[in-house]
Design a protein around this ligand. Structure first.
Ligand code: FMN
Length: 136
């Protein structure tokens, strides 16, 4: 089965940008649904913005993107990368939550149409997957 990874950023709306409870809510639903749909990935939040990578089969990703686009807890979804992958970066995580590294702050401050953005995003994800694997 071919696998894809989608990476996007979005703007948190209202309370979704603040505190832990909204994050716990999102991770809880993600964990439940993504296990069912064989999706994996990581979610970070930084200064009112979300950065998420989701990996899995095309049909499951498309269905999730439909739900994400309808979710009023965030807006202005911008896809940074959408690529076929050979293997998952987060094989053991239906949806991991990670603190935003400084590199994410830099990426979000810059222009998202900069051609180096997909590579920057990739490096952030590879680092996060190693850090997560090290504590798992
Ligand atoms: C930033 C963000 C990331 C999300 N990530 C996921 C996800 O990975 N998987 C998922 O099923 N829902 C995710 N959601 C929630 C969906 O938008 C939607 O509310 C949920 O899938 C509905 O699930 P339910 O029908 O089980 O209530 C996310 C929401 C936000 C705001």
């Amino acid at each position: 089965m071919s696998l894809f990874r989608i990476v996007y950023v979005s703007d948190a709306v209202g309370d979704a940008g603040l505190g832990l409870l909204p994050l716990i809510d999102i991770i809880g639903a993600s964990d439940r649904n993504n296990r069912r749909d064989h999706l994996t990935g990581v979610l970070m939040r930084h200064e009112g913005r979300f950065f998420q990578a989701i990996e899995g089969a095309r049909v499951d990703l498309d269905r999730l993107m439909g739900r994400l686009r309808a979710d009023r807890r965030h807006a202005n979804i911008q896809i940074l990368a959408e690529i076929p992958i050979k293997e998952r970066l987060f094989p053991n995580w239906a949806m991991a939550q990670a603190d935003a590294p400084p590199a994410l702050g830099r990426l979000l401050k810059g222009s998202l149409v900069d051609p180096s953005v997909p590579d920057q995003a990739d490096r952030i994800l590879v680092d996060a997957s190693r850090a997560i694997a090290a504590i798992a």
